[in-house]
Design a protein around this ligand. Structure first.
Ligand SMILES: C[S@@+](CC[C@H](N)C(=O)[O-])C[C@H]1O[C@@H](n2cnc3c(N)ncnc32)[C@H](O)[C@@H]1O
Length: 163
């Protein structure tokens, strides 16, 4: 994420909180880390793994968060955005929460081709995560795509919140 000590980070769709230790390391003890998920069992599992001591855990929908505008410096989200029914609403809400200059990191443990192959289907030209679809989707919702890596074994898109 390249966040600074003392900054405010969120893991959107945090699941069992695998990324929470890394986010806490980045922002340090004076920073804020929030793990958000819609599934109570995921947050229970995150707490069971001891991750509630690293982050505040919040049960909420990615499209409607009970947080003030501009209250975050960075949002990390792995394996969520292409499963949210209204991805534009989610990206718009994440932009509302993020201060200008803040970062959005979309991540997946496998690249698009690897995932398509695993599901026995060809690459979908309408896939939100394809660069030609993601760039305009981000532009329309308050983000500027800076980096798009669709590698064999990972997917990573980095965007910055524009004013
Ligand atoms: C594929 S899992 C990824 C979990 C975690 N980010 C990881 O990489 O291990 C997707 C997660 O998103 C959560 N989720 C799905 N829809 C959501 C929504 N609308 N708002 C918040 N979380 C959601 C699910 O409950 C699940 O924990």
């Amino acid at each position: 994420m390249e966040l600074l000590p003392g900054q405010r980070a969120m893991d959107m769709g945090c699941g069992t909180g695998l990324a929470l230790p890394a986010l806490r390391t980045e922002v340090g003890p004076k920073g804020a880390v929030l793990g958000v998920d819609l599934t109570p069992a995921m947050l229970t599992a995150a707490a069971y793994e001891g991750r509630a001591s690293l982050a505040q855990l919040l049960l909420a929908d990615a499209c409607r968060l009970p947080l003030p505008t501009g209250s975050l410096d960075g949002i990390f989200s792995a394996g969520l955005i292409d499963h949210v029914p209204d991805s534009a609403a989610a990206l718009r809400e994440w932009a509302r929460l993020t201060a200008p200059g803040g970062v959005l990191l979309l991540f997946h443990r496998s690249g698009r081709a690897e995932r398509a192959a695993r599901h026995g289907r060809p690459l979908d030209p309408d896939d939100l995560l394809a660069e030609e679809n993601l760039r305009p989707a981000l532009n329309a919702t308050g983000w500027d795509l800076l980096c798009h890596e669709d590698a064999a074994h990972h997917f990573l898109a980095r965007a910055v919140r524009v004013d």
